[in-house]
Design a protein around this ligand. Structure first.
Ligand SMILES: O=C(O)CCC(=O)C(=O)O
Ligand SMILES: [Fe+2]
Length: 362
């Protein structure tokens, strides 16, 4: 294939007429149905009534149903000021724009609590992803903030303010999940925190049918709260089909990570008095953690801020012992969250660096 580079020495890696061969996925990974209609059936749940004593059962039921059927939903009327969301997105835009000037390659900044990676730092079978990424731990917040990027200068302040709100929102959502499942109040309070922020920059791509922004994956979290502004590109898998998630301004996309799936199963097994309930849960009632990916666009730039609400690193999740016997063996081994992350290489090449940062936090 003929690859034409623009003359401009200052051009960024994506400012090209054609897709370089290093970014072209083999047929099996290429996005096939890039123009399929946006899914309009993914639940959009208003949290306006979630604090009202006599009306909050409605959002609780909607969240429970969406978590079981889709593993994905959007929340609106969440109470987080729009200005705060836009500010966070703008400061990340400034961060990524500055990398173009100062760093042509991905850098793992020594002695800093963040990891910035450009497209060539992520490969799948030698093929690069069409994105840049910034990751950093967030808990405990006050200890992490000084280690985050300090350019642009307002980065730390703006993102910390955003994360305080996201922490409150995620606690509300986990509390509603607890209530919906009939679990004791505050079940997740001490074992979950917003542990990690990952923001992404997916520039326009000359031929989106050949590339991917992020490969199909399931998040290693309890839940992930994602702000995508008005950009499209996120898709999730339902019944073996890739389905686009529409952009709703001022909404957050929430997805169920595989730790919640495992955890809910274990909790219900502990609390459930009959094996009938256990069977019901395993067969058709458990939460879904949906596989998702990001496709690129010819004209649109996508930016997203994902916050992973993870189990605490030392938290152990295991099936209830009373329900495990020779004929009904445990479906999950007791696993410390950090071992799970390591075993599954959950954060790719950066798993070790992130584990180290999380270990230092705990
Ligand atoms: O950029 C996105 O919207 C998706 C990000 C994502 O799935 C992740 O970071 O796990
Ligand atoms: Fe994800």
């Amino acid at each position: 294939m003929y690859i034409e580079m623009k003359e401009d020495k200052d051009a960024r890696w994506f400012e090209l007429e054609c897709v370089p061969k290093e970014y072209i996925f083999s047929e099996e990974y290429r996005p096939q149905n890039i123009d399929s209609p946006v899914c309009d059936s993914i639940p959009v749940i208003s949290l306006a009534k979630s604090e009202a004593a006599n009306e909050h059962s409605q959002p609780v039921e909607e969240i429970l149903k969406a978590s079981q059927e889709f593993g994905f939903f959007q929340v609106i009327d969440h109470g987080i000021p729009e200005k705060m969301m836009i500010d966070a997105m703008n400061v990340l835009k400034e961060f990524f724009d500055m990398q173009a000037k100062y760093a042509s390659n991905g850098t793992v900044t020594p002695k800093k609590g963040y990891i910035y990676t450009t497209s060539t730092d992520f490969t799948k079978d030698g093929v690069y992803l069409w994105r840049e990424n910034l990751k950093h731990p967030c808990h405990p917040l006050e200890e992490c903030v000084p280690l985050w990027p300090d350019t642009p200068p307002r980065y730390q302040e703006v993102i910390a303010a955003y994360l305080v709100e996201i922490q409150k929102l995620s606690s509300r959502i986990l509390e509603m999940i607890c209530e919906g499942l009939g679990l004791e109040k505050g079940y997740f309070k001490d074992i979950s925190e917003v542990q990690l922020l990952a923001s992404n920059f997916y520039p326009p791509c000359p031929d989106p049918s050949l590339t991917l922004g992020i490969l199909p994956h399931i998040d290693p979290s309890f839940i992930t709260i994602l702000y995508q502004g008005e950009a499209t590109g996120l898709q999730f898998m339902k019944d073996d089909q890739w389905i686009k998630i529409g952009a709703i301004p001022n909404a957050f996309v929430v997805n169920i990570g595989n730790q919640l799936e495992v955890c809910i199963l274990s909790i219900i097994m502990v609390n459930g008095s009959s094996s009938y309930l256990w069977m019901q849960i395993i067969s058709n009632n458990k939460f879904k953690s949906a596989k998702h990916r990001v496709v690129t666009s010819k004209h649109e730039t996508r930016r997203s801020i994902a916050t992973f609400v993870n189990p605490s690193p030392n938290c152990i999740i295991e099936p209830a012992k009373i329900l495990v016997n020779e004929s009904e063996p445990a479906l999950y081994k007791p696993t410390q969250y950090k071992d799970f992350v390591q075993y599954n290489n959950s954060f790719g090449d950066y798993t070790a660096a992130i584990q180290k940062a999380l270990d230092e936090e705990s």
